[in-house]
Structures are given as C-alpha cells and as structure tokens.
Write a protein that binds this ligand. Sequence first.
Ligand code: FAD
Ligand code: DHB
Length: 389
Amino acid sequence: MKTQVAIIGGGPSGLLLSQLLYTRGIESIVLERKTKDYVLGRIRAGVLEQGMVSLMEEAGCADRLHEECFVHDGTFVAYGEKMFRIDFKELTGTPVIVYGQTEVTRDLYEAREKADGKIEFNVEDVVINNADTDAPYVTYTVDGLERRIDCDFVAGCDGFHGVSRRTIPADVLREYEKVYPFGWLGILSETPPVNHELIYSNSERGFALASMRNENLCRYYIQCSLADTEEDWSDEAFWDEFKKRIPAHQAEKLITGPSIEKSIAPLRSFVTEPMRWGRLFLCGDAAHIVPPTGAKGLNTAASDVHYLYNGLRDYYENGSSEGIDSYSEKALARVWKAERFSWWFSSLMHRYPDQTEFDLKMQVAELEYLSSNKAAQQAMAENYVGLPY
Ligand code: FAD
Ligand code: DHB
C-alpha cells in the first residue's frame, strides 16, 4: 500500500491529524493496535481548550461538541474549608469546554468512517523503517498477515507506550522525566455534578478533583498511593474519602451512586527532544506526558497536531519544508510551558510523602496569594485556558 502520511495510533492525536489532512486532500492511513471499542472505552480527558475546539471545527467534527458540551467560565480551587473561584472569562476573555475525550474520539472516528478514511485496527508488530531517508515505510501484521505501507511521512501518534519514540536512535533522543510519588484514582458515576464548575481541592488527606461530563455524569478523582489497586477501593470507600477532601459545604451537597468505571493513573512529567527524526514526527503522548492536574495532556497533543498539520499542508500545498522543519522547535516551545503549568499546579495541590511543615506552609501561602491576587489569577487562567498556538 501507498499513502502520503502513515499515522501510527488511532487515539485523539492520530485521528484528528488524519481528519484535518483529509480536509486538504492529503491522504493518510491510521494504524491502531487495539479495537475501536477499546479506544472508546478509555475514560480520560474532560476539559478542552479553545484551540482544540477550533481544530475540531476545522476538521468538520464539532457539531455534536457544540450541542452537548458545557462552557465553563471559571473553576474553583479549595484548600481545607476555603474555596475561591478563578474567573477565566473575566481574566482572559476565554472559557474552557467540558466535553469528554471519549466523545471527541467518537466524533473523529465517525467523521473518518463517513469519509471512507482508512483505519486498520488490531495491528501488531508495527515497525517504522528508513525514517531517516526520503523513502520511509511501515511494516506491521494484521490477522497474521504481513503488510507494508510506503509513505512520504510517518506521524508517531501512538502514545507513551508506542513504538514511534523508540524508533529514534538513543544518541539522537534526549528524555526528561519526573515521576510523582502518588497516583489518581478516578471514578465515573451517573450522578449530577456536586458543583456547576470543577473543584480542585488541596486537603490534608490529599488532592481531590470534582469534574463532570454532563448533567448526570460525573468524573471524580482522589490522589491515591501508587501501591493501591482499583480493587482496594470500594465505591463506598471512594465516596467517604472524597467527601473528606472537599469543603464541608460541598460535601453536604454531594450525590453519590454506583461507579460505572474506576481506574488508577500514575502521574508523570516527561518530554522527549527532538520531536522529529528525519521523516518521523512525534505527536501527543508519544512525545510528552503531563500530570493530569490542569487538564493539559489532550490539549497539548492537539497543539502538536496543529503544528504538524500546518507544516504538512505547507509542504503539499506550497512545496515548502519550513513548517515541518520548524515543527519540533515550535511544538516543544509550547509543550514546555504546559509542562511547567502542570508541574506547578500538581505541586500546589497534592500531599507529598516527604513534605515538611515548611513545604505545607508554602502551599498555603501560595494558595492564599492565588485567592487574592489578580496577577497570580491571571497567570493561572492564561495557562488553564491554553496559551496561544
Ligand atoms: P493516546 O490517547 O495514548 O493514543 C495513542 C493510541 O496509539 C492508542 O489508541 C494506542 O492503542 C495506540 N498505539 C500504541 N502503541 C501502538 C502501536 N505500536 N501500534 C499502533 N497503535 C499503537 N488531557 C487533557 O487535555 N485534559 C484532561 O482533562 C485530561 N485528563 C486526563 C485524565 C486521566 C486520568 C488521564 C490518564 C489522562 C488525562 N489527560 C487529559 C491526558 C490525555 O488523555 C492524553 O494526553 C491523550 O489521550 C493523548 O492522546 P494521544 O492520541 O497522543 O495518545
Ligand atoms: C478532568 C481531568 C483533569 O485532569 C482535569 O484537570 C480536569 C478534568 C476530567 O477528567 O474531567
């Protein structure tokens, strides 16, 4: 087979890139290791920046998003019994959009199918060959049969555990990593949200986050030990703990119910440099990971897609390599800012095992400053709604 862009990974990055390229008549094939149902079953991001929404619009996939999303003009930050609001709309002019990653992915799959886009599921043994030449090709097996795709470019959109990053020789790649000494236990429940906007809560028992998907679907998280498993946490134990970690006036209103999904995610900051090797471009979680505090993961993947899509467009439409040549530099400049924000917000909101009394006082001082200082709120809001592309 032959195509212009071989895309490894059918998560949000790969699908969005494929659909955007399609709108410009640029051909691609997406290779996904799992089934579509498996990809759609992964409950992940819930908050979208305006930049991501604009890309969904450009891809022609934003109708349902606009019908069903919640527009949030602000968010709440709590510490102990205190709670204050950061007004994104007033501070930056921009709200954030609450619409689940599952729904984004579903809309993108639907659009790709409508356009007869080529997506291969259940692929195994993907190998990216000759990426440092002008004639790259990808080999893989599906149903035990070996396949080959010759292409102009390879987009590595295969997440943190994919093959794309590992294809880049070790002496070219530089990796930066910080692993956090805790995880997030998340549940999904068919209950109304405790509050009309999200609450990020720093409590003496650890972090908690109240988020939502719609008027009868909630996503709640608590910081947990890395040694914990989902089986360690009954629904009752989760709700008991969650209630203790948000201010009492919120806990009183909390409506609980059975969880319909429960999962634990470790927290990590990770960046790979460069994000390009020859004709292979890394995009999204394949190149970088942020801790989830601040909702930057999917949104940063989207900004990579923006730079890569525009670079490829420029190449095919104008014969210019300028966009693809500057891809890594442009994408990384924004990635590092999202890394900084996620690291800062995580550090502010969690309990760390080695935290001293002094460290705790610093958290409170910073939270008090943030609650009362407009410049501090502005910096937080600008980053939360998303820095410009
Ligand atoms: P992925 O979603 O990981 O997709 C990669 C795809 O590649 C997968 O489908 C995988 O099966 C496939 N693949 C892997 N290896 C291969 C291979 N060898 N061959 C073929 N296919 C392969 N981000 C936000 O912006 N906002 C949030 O609110 C937010 N909340 C989060 C909450 C949690 C609990 C978690 C875990 C993450 C959250 N994120 C959030 C992060 C966000 O989910 C990710 O950044 C996003 O999924 C990245 O998309 P991606 O397409 O780059 O990678
Ligand atoms: C969600 C996840 C996040 O990491 C976050 O910062 C906000 C919301 C969510 O899953 O809804």
